[in-house]
Design a protein around this ligand. Structure first.
Ligand code: ATP
Length: 285
């Protein structure tokens, strides 16, 4: 098991955003986390990456680099510690240095992922060249090699989302958490981001928060559905699609065409393109 949570809970005053979540991820899986607005998805990622400390429960992580039986308790780890342990994340809101070049954004991330030693003023030139080489290879992989010297703020929105994935790839993480990587991306751009996610998932374990249900059903090995902080379903896409509780809480008819004799979801239900539901979770988009 790469990652395991037990009874993971986060309360904000009277709100229980994540409520007793038992979750496990096998190495190599692509598991999507879906659920209505305000279901607790981002809070769950914030707990896994040390941005928030749990109110209750535990998180264990067993990176492949650590060898057999080397699971570590990261329940109280800081964001820096979880990153050094091998959990990297791309953010829902763009988290890039806008005035740096595309290459510099990845190079800085490659350097940071080596830990504090690599920031020493007397770091050697070979290390520096390694970071450039790694950043250049990542730009090739994410399809931005031709934009290496472009100032990041001049990229298209879709290219920025790809670059965020590139930044998260620096330092070769064991687990990649992607928070709505297609949010705000044009329909042509979405295909490129999806292709990139599939490529990255071929040699990384990935957790994906995504509102685009059709895309989630396509790319995921497994889907966990959060509703009011609780996991109400967890399994292969075809099982989750047919799950009654999930249909009620979130999908609102998506994937029921066969049994219901066809037709699109009605108004107020999740659209087949994964349109956000304003009504289900109560939270703002
Ligand atoms: N820092 C915070 N302080 C207080 N309440 C918070 C905080 N962060 C999240 N919440 C609340 O916790 C609940 C879960 O929010 P969260 O952002 O995790 O949901 P989400 O599933 O990611 O939603 P969305 O799909 O809209 O991004 C919501 O009720 C939200 O208002």
């Amino acid at each position: 098991m790469l990652l395991e949570t037990e009874g993971l809970t986060k309360r904000f005053g009277g709100i229980t955003a994540v409520d007793g979540v038992d979750f496990a991820l096998e190495a190599g899986e692509l598991c999507s986390i879906i659920g209505p607005n305000g279901a607790g998805k981002t809070t769950f990622f914030n707990l896994l990456t040390g941005v928030l400390e749990p109110s209750e429960g535990s998180i264990r992580f067993a990176p492949s680099s650590g060898g057999a039986g080397s699971a570590v308790d990261i329940t109280a780890a800081s964001p820096n510690e979880t990153a050094l342990a091998g959990i990297h994340r791309s953010y829902q809101i763009t988290n890039l240095f806008p005035t740096l070049s595309v290459l510099e954004n990845v190079r800085v991330a490659a350097q940071a992922s080596r830990g504090s030693d690599s920031w020493k003023l007397w770091r050697n030139v070979a290390d520096f060249e390694d970071h450039y080489a790694e950043a250049t290879a990542i730009l090739e992989r994410i399809g931005l090699a031709d934009e290496a010297e472009t100032v990041t703020e001049n990229l298209s929105h879709g290219e920025k989302r790809s670059l965020e994935i590139g930044v998260a790839l620096a330092g070769d993480p064991d687990l990649l958490l992607l928070d709505e990587p297609t949010a705000g991306v044009s329909s042509e751009g979405v295909d490129e981001v999806v292709a990139l996610i599939e490529d990255v998932a071929a040699d990384h374990s990935v957790m994906l928060i995504e509102h685009n249900v059709e895309m989630v059903m396509d790319v995921s090995d497994r889907i966990a559905v959060l509703h009011r902080g609780e996991v109400i379903a967890d399994g292969p896409p075809e099982d989750v699609r047919g799950d009654e509780a999930v249909q009620e809480a979130y999908l609102g008819g998506y994937g029921r065409e066969e049994s219901a004799g066809g037709g699109e979801p009605s108004d107020g239900e999740a659209a087949a393109d994964g349109g956000r539901r304003a009504s289900a979770g109560g939270g703002p988009p």
